[in-house]
Design a protein. Structure first.
Length: 242
């Protein structure tokens, strides 16, 4: 059962999601948080800075990482998570995990990461964004809904969308390490966020279309505890049930 909350704008939606995260980490100071990157969750992380005293013992897992970006590259998800989550919320760095995009054997790194999540007891609360093509993490359309952490080839649409963070399209990696959809669905609670007109089609397909591999985001409808948080623009193509 997909629960949907629609807000007037991304700022209001982000404050609401931040309040849910605060509830999670105040109820369990040792909570395991799944953290998304991209522009969507940035307002949530900013809102959480006022509550950073609650994050000292929290463990965080990033969803994904580009393969091959130089160490310390500002657009590597390791850098983004370090900036927007670890430092901003004062988590203990040794409790924050991001796939190693520079591993000599990326597939082996994928298996290591999958095992590490399992060893930490799994994710309590997973924050997710959604790509314009309906991807979640870097699971592109066509990804199996039982997929595990692995190396993926980025869709050209994704590279184009993410090129806004790079000096040029050529700089955007072609491969990434991503938690699989099956991995993500093992989190105990999912909060999926989508804001803006550009996500409206992907949201409508995920909510109103069939649960299918062509819409990775539709996979979340298989989860028993998932909340979809939208602004009016991203919800604009969702037909309200009769
Ligand atoms: C990125 C990330 C996803 C993110 C999506 C949307 O490539 N891999 O985790 O949800 O694309 O990004 P944004 O929030 O910037 O629209």
């Amino acid at each position: 059962m997909l629960n949907i909350s629609v807000f007037a704008n991304a700022a209001a939606a982000s404050r609401f999601v931040a309040s849910l995260v605060v509830n999670c980490v105040t109820n369990d100071p040792y909570a395991v948080l799944g953290v998304a990157t991209g522009s969507t969750p940035s307002g949530v992380y900013r809102a959480l800075t006022a509550h950073r005293r609650h994050f000292r013992h929290v463990t965080a897992f990033a969803l994904d990482e580009y393969v091959g970006l130089p160490s310390g590259h500002p657009e590597s998800f390791a850098s983004v998570v370090d900036r927007d989550v670890t430092r901003a919320l004062e988590l203990s760095p040794d409790r924050v995990h991001v796939p190693n995009g520079l591993a000599t054997d990326p597939e082996n790194e994928a298996s290591r990461y999958e095992e590490l999540i399992r060893r930490c007891g799994g994710v309590d609360l997973q924050l997710l964004g959604m790509g314009r093509n309906g991807h979640i993490a870097f699971n592109e359309p066509g990804s199996a809904h039982d997929s595990r952490t692995r190396v993926v080839t980025l869709a050209e649409q994704t590279r184009l969308d993410n090129s806004r963070f790079f000096a040029s399209l050529d700089e955007v990696p072609r491969f990434a390490l991503t938690q699989g959809i099956g991995t993500i669905l093992e989190a105990r609670q999912l909060i999926v966020m989508a804001f803006g007109d550009a996500k409206a089609k992907a949201v409508a397909e995920a909510v109103c279309g069939p649960v299918s591999e062509s819409s990775p985001a539709s996979a979340v409808r298989r989860h028993s505890d998932v909340l979809l948080v939208l602004d009016l623009a991203a919800a604009s193509l969702v037909e309200s049930p009769e």
